[in-house]
Design a protein around this ligand. Structure first.
Ligand SMILES: *Cc1c(COP(=O)(O)O)cnc(C)c1O
Length: 364
């Protein structure tokens, strides 16, 4: 059988969670498991983290999948809710909500009139400190907060959050965001959260009550020119396949669709059973590192749907069937991503359903 697989190391996941706990030692940790646990498997990842104080997801469907799998921790919906009909489900399932817009406050006000279920709704008021994505503008924060404070159905005090736009790259701007969030909420009582993975590494004073790591728990670094191992993190996903053919090529011949690579000397080409149909990025350029038998060899030619080619070198000793690692412990995602003009996030999120997932080092 084609051996293309993603091996998910649950011991590495637990290790990374501990590392985050140690970095943010005065905060609670909500593990971000949106987008199918960054492509690692939503339920498998959450089930392996009983230590997590909370989980964060993007959609109601993701939250309900966790509840169906008997995950007991609190779950935060990072985009809040979209329709009135979701509110009773949110109450019944003990989900928490991010509120970022007046229209959501209006819906909760009207819901309160008729609500059958009295369980308090736990909300996080999101402040836009400079990302200009979701969140109340700084001059609306007070009004939104006072409206929410008057709603009986909302648990008090309302919790407060914001989000960094560039904690991986622009520390002056991040400091400004921290100032703005601090000032806009200084009279308010609720628990606070601001730091994503990059914020956790770069801004201790923004850890507040809750940190929100995504990428870190999967073992990758969000900081440019660094790898997870620089922060005592271990890659959780290993994307692997094998050599399915090896063939000699003479100087001047080309490899793959569109003839994007020409051999400048006689060499051996290895065909690897993985392609963009498995989630390996088609944009990966000539020279993208691929791990084979203890060394990195360069990708050559365009990535196809089901396979890709590497230059094994003229004195290659490799055999058909040998293990190949596209990213993982032997070759961090952070090192591969720039060759495809992307970031580690999209690599792990993009692994497709055709790839077999194997979970190792879990204990249950
Ligand atoms: C996705 C997300 C996170 C996690 O981001 P990482 O960079 O992966 O740590 C945190 N907070 C919010 C609001 C998010 O949407």
């Amino acid at each position: 059988m084609r051996s293309t697989k993603a091996v998910i190391d649950l011991a590495a996941l637990k290790h990374n969670f501990k590392t985050v706990k140690a970095i943010a030692n005065n905060s609670k940790v909500m593990a971000v498991v949106k987008a199918n646990g960054y492509g690692h498997g939503l339920v498998e990842i959450a089930s392996a983290l009983p230590e997590a104080d909370m989980f964060a997801v993007a959609t109601l469907e993701e939250a309900l999948s966790l509840r169906k799998a008997d995950i007991k921790q609190a779950i935060l919906l990072l985009e809040g809710f979209f329709e009135l009909e979701e509110l009773p489900i949110i109450q019944q399932q003990n989900l928490q909500l991010v509120l970022h817009h007046q229209s959501q406050i209006d819906l909760i006000k009207s819901y309160q009139e008729t609500a059958q279920i009295k369980a308090p709704i736990k909300v996080w008021m999101k402040c836009d400190s400079g990302m200009f994505r979701l969140g109340f503008a700084l001059d609306q924060v007070e009004s939104a907060h006072s409206q929410l404070s008057q709603l009986n159905i909302v648990e008090q005090p309302v919790k407060l959050m914001s989000h960094f736009s560039s904690a991986d790259s622009d520390q002056n701007f991040s400091e400004e965001q921290i100032e703005k969030f601090t000032n806009a909420t200084k009279e308010m009582l609720g628990q606070r959260s601001m730091a994503n993975s990059a914020g956790i590494l770069a801004h201790k004073r923004a850890h507040w009550d809750w940190v929100r790591p995504g990428l870190l728990i999967y073992g990758a670094s969000p900081m440019p020119y660094t790898q997870g191992s620089d922060y005592d993190l271990q890659p959780v996903m290993s994307l692997e396949s094998q050599l399915m053919a090896i063939k000699p090529i003479t100087k001047g011949e080309s490899v793959g669709y569109g003839r994007h690579w020409f051999a400048d000397q006689n060499t051996n080409i290895g065909l690897v059973a993985i392609g963009y149909g498995d989630g390996y990025p088609r944009h990966a350029k000539n020279g993208t590192p691929v791990w084979v038998n203890g060394r990195e060899v360069p990708l050559v030619g365009r990535v196809s749907m089901d396979m890709l080619a590497v230059d094994l070198g003229s004195d290659s000793q490799d055999s058909v069937g040998d293990r190949v690692v596209l990213w993982g412990k032997e070759l961090p995602m952070e090192k591969v991503a720039p060759h495809a003009e992307t970031i580690a996030y999209t690599l792990c999120c993009g692994v497709t359903r055709r790839v077999k997932f194997e979970y190792i080092n879990g204990y249950s």
